[in-house]
Design a protein around this ligand. Structure first.
Ligand SMILES: [Mg+2]
Length: 270
């Protein structure tokens, strides 16, 4: 089975279109390879996106903040709650706890930060290029606050990271935003989902595709990690490690290539 980041990987970082990734997802469906979406996006955004992509597999929101399994395909695992049409498991620190820590850290470090959840919708649209409805859904944070630093420089970021860590929280970085979150990362949520799939089939083989630093723990957790190029053609050095396969394509092109490579490896009996 395959885990994938969404923005900048499954969807173009510029247009939010899946392009060639759509056909690759269909290949996975035809080959019975579940595709688990693992994103910084909110539950509200992911529910909307799943309808658009006709996606029926589990998904992970807000950088590992929560896991959602469709009830129609799954028995309720221990620890999960009934949650609309899903079984859900909260893994992250609640959003209301994150904001005051970020504000205190910003004040101490002299950083001017702008959190996504309190930006006017027009500002979210300007920063992200999202359509208005999607921008509204993106502000409905539960476990992760994306933010921009107006006076960004390495010294400030180190100070923020250190100060936030003293409060038991962590910073990470996606394609566009810094993120503050606590008690979770993509890798932790992915590991939990891997356990569930292994209980169904012990010999399940896992791949993952990502584009940024916040994908590193997810990529490290699987058998076949793939990194896609960013729109400027570069790779995020913070997501590189020995053993990761760097695809040639940018975003969705790279995703489609990763699916081909993974399917070929499975055919060879990996
Ligand atoms: Mg990404």
């Amino acid at each position: 089975m395959l885990f994938t980041d969404v923005d900048g990987t499954l969807l173009s970082a510029d247009t939010y279109e899946p392009g060639p990734a759509l056909a690759a997802m269909k290949t996975c469906r035809d080959d019975n390879i579940p595709v688990i979406l693992v994103s910084s996006k909110t539950r509200a955004e992911m529910v909307s996106l799943r309808t658009r992509l006709d996606h029926g597999d589990p998904f992970i929101t807000e950088n590992g903040g929560a896991i959602y399994l469709p009830q129609e395909d799954w028995q309720k695992p221990p620890g999960f709650c009934e949650d609309g049409p899903f079984w859900s498991l909260a893994m992250g620190t609640p959003h209301r706890t994150l904001l005051p820590v970020l504000q205190r850290a910003a004040a101490r470090c002299g950083a001017r930060v702008h959190g996504l959840s309190s930006m006017p919708v027009a500002e979210v649209i300007r920063c992200t290029g999202l359509a208005e409805q999607q921008a509204r859904l993106a502000r409905m944070r539960e476990y992760d606050e994306p933010f921009l630093v107006e006076n960004e420089e390495p010294r400030l970021l180190r100070c923020l990271e250190r100060t936030v860590a003293e409060a038991g929280l962590t910073l990470t970085r996606g394609g566009r935003f810094h993120h503050i979150l606590g008690g979770c990362d993509k890798g932790g949520a992915v590991a939990r989902v891997m356990t569930l799939y292994r209980q169904r089939r012990a010999d399940t083989i896992f791949a993952a595709v990502g584009d940024a630093r916040n994908d590193l723990t997810m990529l490290r957790a699987v058998d076949f990690p793939f990194l896609v190029r960013r729109p400027d053609g570069s790779y995020d050095g913070a997501a590189c490690f020995k053993g990761v396969v760097c695809t040639d394509g940018v975003g969705p092109e790279g995703f489609a290539q990763a699916v081909r490579l993974f399917a070929d490896a499975l055919d060879r009996g990996a």
